[in-house]
Design a protein around this ligand. Structure first.
Ligand code: ADP
Ligand code: GLC
Length: 486
């Protein structure tokens, strides 16, 4: 049985800001179902305390970290037993008991390097003390990448980790974790790593680089993104290094946890529905319009939904430029999102201008998210880049065809609907421009107007199967391959 330590900074149901949480919360169960023994490690954030009843204390604060010179140095270990895997949480109030995971609306926490260095070192020490000897350490994104630096540069001779191999998954190359070089010694790593062939990057220390350099294999969350990041356009300055590591780099598409995302069973909806009986979807639509305070009577007008972090990546500036033209198409728009204050303000101003057509909810709300996937007619994702994207996979399952920019995982999961053959599950546009977006939305509206085409499109969408089991199989193959290497 392969033993896997999953190190991530968020996982449902304990902490979530985006798709990483969905992945780290679901994939372990599917690895477990295929026989792996998985432990997921997370920080215990202030917001995680709401789930305290599910946690049990494993070890009190008797851990201290060898070589650690940061502000806080002891931690408690908590645990939650899930179906077929375990979640262990690192409690260190000084670092993690704050509003927000990585920062507040005012910006990132100043000590994020120290916080996540601490988290990673604590995880490695916790596994040692608990005699959990992982075959694979699987770390995700920059927050967990230091684990691989510690393994390579502090535990290389350690008996406990002597046969451990590692996988690093890039969920988003643009977030790299950049800090001052002098942090290295404080977090117990050799100062010599501040070197261009190691973790140094244009005068700063780059956590993500440690993941790419010091792992046995690197993955990204879709095949297209794994190719894109090797080009200057998408490489965020690391494309050269990624080309250099291309022999260990691959793309494994994310999946969907259909026990959580399924309109036939979703308790958050006003009504449930299946591809054979879509009446419930119409009720979800009315409920959605009411939730957003939009007019819901009269002849149905198409509803276009978005659920998104409000970040540059997501192409909301392209949407904002298209709004006046979109509203001329007589549609309703509903957006749930939070993030960059400038984008929040821009959208709020547009909502104030079109209050009867535009519903905007600034905030993070799981129930409203489910209502949008179910109650919209089309789901819009104008991303400038998208490593995988889960929201198009959710909207497909809810029979809400996605209109997406053809990039990353959106390219891999959405096929343009062909009315002549009734094939395809959504609509794609190539250019990151308002014109290109508008053309795709108009094509989609054209199809949605014709009852028979609309029904085939919805059924094609709902028939897509992105279950995690396939991806879990690919990860296990990868684990076995690297474990077989000398
Ligand atoms: P990313 O990780 O880049 O944000 P993904 O498409 O992979 O994009 O995943 C986004 C996840 O976060 C989805 O589960 C989506 O439903 C959820 N989400 C994003 N914004 C919100 C929000 N404001 N409220 C509730 N859920 C949200
Ligand atoms: C990142 C990406 C998103 C991906 C998610 C989970 O947040 O932006 O595209 O789906 O990670 O892998």
């Amino acid at each position: 049985m392969i033993k896997v330590a999953f190190i991530a900074s968020e996982a449902v149901p304990f902490a979530k800001t985006g798709g990483l949480a969905d992945v780290a919360g679901a994939l372990p169960r599917f690895l477990g179902a295929r026989g792996a023994e998985v432990r997921v490690f997370l920080p215990l954030y202030g917001s995680t305390r709401a789930r305290a009843s599910e946690l049990s204390l494993v070890k009190k604060a008797d851990f201290s970290l060898p070589g650690w010179r940061g502000a806080h140095d002891r931690f408690c270990l908590w645990e939650s037993q899930r179906d077929n895997f375990r979640v262990q949480l690192i409690e260190q109030e000084g670092y993690f008991d704050r509003p927000g995971l990585y920062g507040t609306s005012g910006g990132d926490f100043q000590d994020n390097g120290e916080r996540f260095g601490f988290f990673c070192l604590a995880v490695l020490e916790a596994m040692k003390r608990d005699s959990f000897r992982p075959d694979i350490v699987h770390a995700h994104d920059w927050q967990s990448a230091p684990a691989l630096a510690y393994l390579r540069h502090r535990y290389a001779q350690d008996e406990h980790y002597k046969s451990t191999r590692s996988v690093f998954t890039i969920h988003n190359l643009a977030y790299q974790g950049l800090f001052d070089g002098d942090i290295l010694e404080r977090i117990g790593l050799p100062a010599g790593l501040f070197h261009h062939q190691e973790m140094e990057f244009y005068g700063r220390l780059n956590f993500l680089k440690a993941g790419i350099l010091y792992s046995s294999a690197v993955t990204t969350v879709s095949p297209t993104y794994s190719r894109e990041i090797q080009t200057p356009e998408f490489g965020c300055g690391l494309d050269g290094l990624l080309r250099h590591r291309s022999h260990v780099l691959s793309g494994i598409l994310n999946g969907v946890d259909y026990s959580e995302w399924n309109p036939a069973e979703d308790g958050r909806l006003a009504a449930r529905y299946t591809p054979d009986d879509l009446r419930g979807k119409a009720r979800c639509r009315t409920d959605l319009l009411r939730t957003f305070g939009l007019p819901s009577g009269g002849r149905p007008v198409p509803v276009v939904g978005l659920v998104t972090r409000l970040a540059g990546q997501k192409g909301l500036d392209i949407l904002a430029e298209s709004l006046e033209d979109l509203f001329r198409e007589k549609l309703r728009l509903v957006i749930l999102g939070q993030g960059e204050p400038a984008l929040e303000e821009r959208l709020a101003a547009a909502r104030d201008k079109h209050p009867a057509a535009f519903g905007l909810h600034i905030g993070f709300d799981e129930t409203v998210a489910h209502k949008i996937y179910a109650g919209s007619d089309l789901f819009l994702i104008p991303s400038r880049y998208e490593p995988c994207g889960l929201t198009q996979m959710y909207s497909l399952k809810y029979g809400t065809p996605p209109v997406v920019r053809a990039t990353g995982g959106l390219e891999d999961t959405v096929q343009e609907f062909d009315p002549a053959a009734s094939r395809g599950n959504g609509f794609k546009f190539q250019e990151a421009t308002s014109d290109s977006l508008l053309q795709a939305v108009r094509r989609a509206l054209g199809v949605m107007k014709k009852a028979d085409l609309r029904l085939s499109l919805i059924r094609n969408a709902m028939a897509c199967d992105f279950s995690w089991d396939r991806s879990a199989g690919e990860y296990l193959d990868l684990y076995r391959r690297i474990l077989a290497q000398p």
